[in-house]
Write a protein that binds this ligand. Structure first.
Ligand code: SF4
Ligand code: SF4
Length: 491
């Protein structure tokens, strides 16, 4: 079949500096330097072509959903608790409406292990799909900031031309509009992060209360805004390449069975431009593969790499190059999928993805951790009580000849409602009294501290240490049991 290579991107498309200084990249020595830095370490600005196609559309839908969840997250309540709250300063945490206290450190630690084990197994099976599709940095960069940039400054070539052009009213207006919107979006992201850290009520207080009462909060609001503005306006893909540790340790997790965005070198090589009127059979006869060396996959890449060089640290699996290459394959009437989601084994041998022993091991660990997490969450009590003998106190003998011990009790109420508390001795007859109050109530989501007096008959006291079990009851239902000891005279 004869095809004409029209509208294919130039094979000599250079990346260039934002100030307009064109810099040729030596694509052959890609392993010696980053695609976004020259040999002197100077930044090469990536002008990525606007992506489009089947994968991009899917990604846009996923991104839209995630953006809605991200911005709505701090305002959503489940049983009156935030969907997600990570208040490190006050050590208050809420995940999916479940309040976690410092006393729940074990559950929190297991939740973190589940998260990391989940990422590990996901990466082993599906590479860096997380990075390209769900990471907030990539989602916001590619689906919000870059879209704004395309809207105001045009596609990659117009952006490059604009940056190279001398300052004019039009250029100043475009830059002013772009950076003004970037700043506003960064402000929204910074506020959202703050809401996740301190809670939406506190954020509203900072926004609408007298600023003099919230100097620390306002400082962080400004710092977060500037940070996000710097990341999205200037730092961009460098955050993934230099700062994010995930990209670094992926090399320890990926293997030849991992699904990645991969170039089918067996089908594509030897790459060569398509000559006018050349048929596929003629290309095959001359030893040429399906890659017409158009570099559409390169110019669309937001991290500035050439996927044909193989799996690289910078690749975030965003699939923009798949769409770009599929588009070219359609044009030259060859099957799609020269670049596709595939394992290296699949490309080398045609083998389907298999559930490797490593994946089985990670899955078993993950299943065990999830089981442990669920067990801890579902067996978690509404209150957490600690009972310690009052410092420096020994036993007292009452006028009636009974023995008394004084304790300090702390009760954390992990729920959003007040809990009336009643104490009972479980393993020995006697009396337990809350000092200074007829009724004890643990206020909602707060810690209450009080003194407790336990009174026992001396006949029941077995020397200096008598084991005690005290039941914590509410409305006749036992919430938990705490163990302590009763100090008595030596016998
Ligand atoms: S892999 Fe596809 S998009 Fe990339 S240069 Fe070859 S033909 Fe062009
Ligand atoms: S190589 Fe392809 S999948 Fe990887 S970052 Fe570049 S465009 Fe995205």
């Amino acid at each position: 079949m004869s095809v004409t290579p029209t509208n294919l991107p130039s094979a000599e498309e250079p990346h260039s500096d934002p100030r307009g200084v064109a810099q040729e990249i030596q694509w052959e020595d890609y392993r010696d330097h980053l695609a976004t830095a020259d040999k002197d370490g100077n930044r090469r600005w990536v002008y990525a072509k606007q992506p489009g196609g089947k994968w991009h559309t899917r990604r846009a839908w996923v991104a839209a959903l995630l953006i809605v969840i991200m911005f709505a997250g701090p305002w959503v309540r489940i049983n009156g608790n935030p969907l997600l709250l990570i208040n490190i300063l006050e050590r208050r945490f809420s995940i999916l409406g479940q309040i976690f206290w410092p006393q729940d450190t074990v559950i929190f630690a297991v939740a973190m292990l589940v998260f990391f084990a989940g990422i590990m197994i996901f990466t082993t099976a599906f590479g860096r799909l997380w990075c390209g599709w769900t990471c907030p940095q990539t989602v916001m960069m590619e689906m919000v900031f870059r879209k704004i940039e395309y809207l105001i400054e045009g596609d990659f070539q117009e952006q490059r031309t604009l940056n190279a052009a001398p300052w004019s009213v039009g250029k100043i207006a475009a830059k002013f509009a772009k950076h003004g919107i970037f700043f506003a979006v960064s402000f929204a992201i910074g506020n959202t992060l703050l809401a996740y850290l301190i809670g939406s009520e506190q954020l509203l207080a900072i926004q609408f209360d007298d600023p003099r009462n919230h100097l620390v909060g306002l400082t962080f609001m400004i710092l977060f805004t500037l940070l996000f503005y710097a990341i999205f306006a200037r730092f961009r893909e460098q955050a993934c390449t230099f700062i994010c540790p995930y990209g670094r340790f992926q090399s320890a997790l990926l293997d030849e069975n991992t699904m990645v965005v991969a170039y089918d070198h067996k089908r594509g090589e030897q790459r060569a431009p398509l000559a006018r009127g050349q048929t596929h059979e003629q290309r095959a006869a001359s030893g040429h593969g399906d890659c017409v060396n158009c570099r559409a996959c390169v110019v669309v890449c937001p991290t500035g790499i050439d996927i044909r060089n193989g799996v690289q640290m910078e690749c975030v699996n965003c699939t923009a190059c798949i769409d770009a290459c599929d588009h070219i394959m359609d044009k030259i009437a060859r099957p799609r999928g020269l670049i596709r989601f595939a394992s290296l084994n699949n490309i080398a041998t045609g083998a389907k993805q298999r559930f490797t022993p490593r994946m089985k091991l990670y899955s078993t660990i993950l299943a065990g951790l999830i089981f442990l997490f669920l067990f801890l969450v579902f067996t978690r009590t509404d209150v957490e009580t600690s009972l310690l003998r009052a410092p420096g106190s020994l036993f007292l003998t009452t006028a009636e000849g009974k023995l008394e011990n004084l304790y300090t009790m702390k009760i954390v109420n992990k729920t959003r409602h007040d809990i009336p508390i009643e104490l009972r001795l479980e393993n020995i007859p006697g009396a337990v009294k809350v000092m200074g109050a007829a009724d004890l109530t643990a206020p909602a989501a707060k810690l209450v501290q009080t003194s407790v007096l336990v009174e026992l008959d001396p006949q029941l006291v077995k020397g200096p240490n008598t084991p005690l079990k005290i039941g914590i009851y509410s409305k006749g239902k036992r919430l938990e049991t705490v163990n302590t000891s009763f100090v008595g005279p030596r016998k």
